[in-house]
Design a protein around this ligand. Structure first.
Ligand code: FAD
Ligand code: EPU
Length: 337
């Protein structure tokens, strides 16, 4: 394990923000992770765990140790007639796992195609897309406690999954490093095609009885039509969560704005933040080198030399506009550093 000093983090987050890490290391085994955590403790350095950097906004230099997780491996650990359980190293690339599963005819991850980032980060915010969240296929995870260095197992209940939430963003924030995740996949697909434009795209592609691959391709096609590719334009996907508001507030707003998209959830009505932002006029706006994406207002972008502070400031202006027009407080989905 090599520890480097004063490393630019620009290539390591999808926003492409040029902040520095005082110390930087990559770990590909549990032993290396332990050594890295011990070294940080000895030097009293704060630690930032990094996967693919696709949900992080750097607003300052990291005055400590950045540990980039590269623990690999996909292993079938159990199998029965209908299901199989795979344990996957935290450093595996999420989309590569999805493609590998599809190639093996393992069902359950196809709607989650093309989400950037690593397997280890997937439980952090219970990643989701097109009607599926990882909690639907999650069995358990292994995590190393940052202080005691002990490995602990968490089942789904212990993870307290919610919409873009888990215990690791709440009461256990910054306490554990997720080292592997075990998923329970199906040998027979149970397709979820009712969400968004999946059905439409399958029809347009002439597909009547889809395969896992064809569903994955449809999801990829929809995503590529509206989400910017971080290799071309810096971004972290949806910058804000879709807010849930009380049904009474939804009815009042709907009376003024009949087109407001809303979906019932357990705590009220979930409304589309992208729609709210578009109505405030921010969609496609650019200030210097940062802006609001022209095809998806929920995505803030860095056109090249934007700073984390500029994106943060833009996000606050967008929040203020949505609050002023609709009385709704948008919460960030992205993790601020
Ligand atoms: P990072 O950005 O590296 O880290 C995110 C957070 O998790 C940080 O706080 C970090 O410290 C912590 N962390 C990372 N790995 C670990 C670990 N092993 N143990 C402990 N803590 C850890 N998300 C969705 O849910 N649905 C989408 O459809 C979606 N679409 C996206 C589209 C684009 C174009 C982009 C850029 C992002 C999108 N995202 C989406 C957000 C992002 O891809 C996910 O949140 C992803 O899981 C982040 O993974 P990462 O490895 O890049 O995490
Ligand atoms: N909309 C607008 N204008 C916009 C953007 C969206 O009017 O500029 C409207 C759309 O017309 C649609 C609704 O908002 O009626 C929802 O839009 P979309 O289907 O694009 O999805 P989203 O709610 O904006 C969420 C997730 C995405 C996920 C997609 C697909 C959140 C915060 N975002 O986006 O996740 O990929 O659904 O399931 O829940 C992410 O978390 O980073 C992410 C990209």
């Amino acid at each position: 394990m090599k520890i480097q000093e004063n490393i630019s983090l620009k290539p390591y987050t999808t926003f492409g923000i040029d902040k520095k890490a005082k110390f930087f290391t990559r770990v590909s085994t549990l032993a290396e992770l332990k050594l890295a955590l011990i070294s940080a403790k000895e030097n009293q350095s704060p630690v930032l765990i990094l996967g693919g950097g696709s949900n992080i906004l750097l607003t300052k230099d990291v005055e400590g140790l950045v540990i980039k997780l590269e623990i690999k491996g996909v292993q079938v650990v159990k199998e029965d007639e209908n299901h199989l359980w795979i344990e996957v190293g935290a450093g595996e690339v999420w989309h590569e796992l999805v493609l590998h599963s599809i190639a093996q005819n393992w069902a359950g991850l196809e709607n989650l195609s093309l989400i950037p980032g690593t397997v280890g980060a997937s439980p952090m915010q219970n990643i989701g897309a097109y009607g599926v969240e990882i909690k639907d296929v999650f069995h358990s995870l292994q995590a190393m406690h940052r202080d005691t260095l002990e490995i602990q197992s968490f089942d789904a209940e212990a993870c307290q999954f919610g919409y873009r939430e888990s215990v690791f963003k709440q009461s256990l924030k910054d306490q554990y490093v997720i080292t592997s995740v075990t998923f329970c996949l199906s040998k027979t697909p149970a397709f979820r095609l009712d969400y968004g434009a999946i059905q439409e795209v399958l029809q347009a592609n002439g597909v009547q009885h889809p395969t896992l691959r064809e569903v994955s391709d449809a999801v990829i096609q929809i995503r590529q039509s509206k989400l910017p590719d971080p290799k071309e334009i810096g971004n972290a996907g949806s910058f804000f969560k879709n807010p849930t508001i009380p049904s009474s507030q939804f009815e009042q707003l709907k009376a003024h704005y009949p087109a407001l998209p809303g979906y019932p959830s357990s705590e009220g009505i979930k409304v589309a933040a992208g729609w709210l932002i578009e109505q405030t006029g921010w969609k496609g706006k650019r200030i210097g080198d940062v802006g609001v994406h022209a095809k998806q207002a929920l995505v803030l972008v860095n056109y090249g030399d934007g700073t984390g502070e500029e994106i943060k400031s833009l996000s606050e202006q967008v929040q203020a506009s949505v609050m002023e027009k609709f009385g709704i407080q948008l919460q960030a989905e992205v993790n601020f550093i």
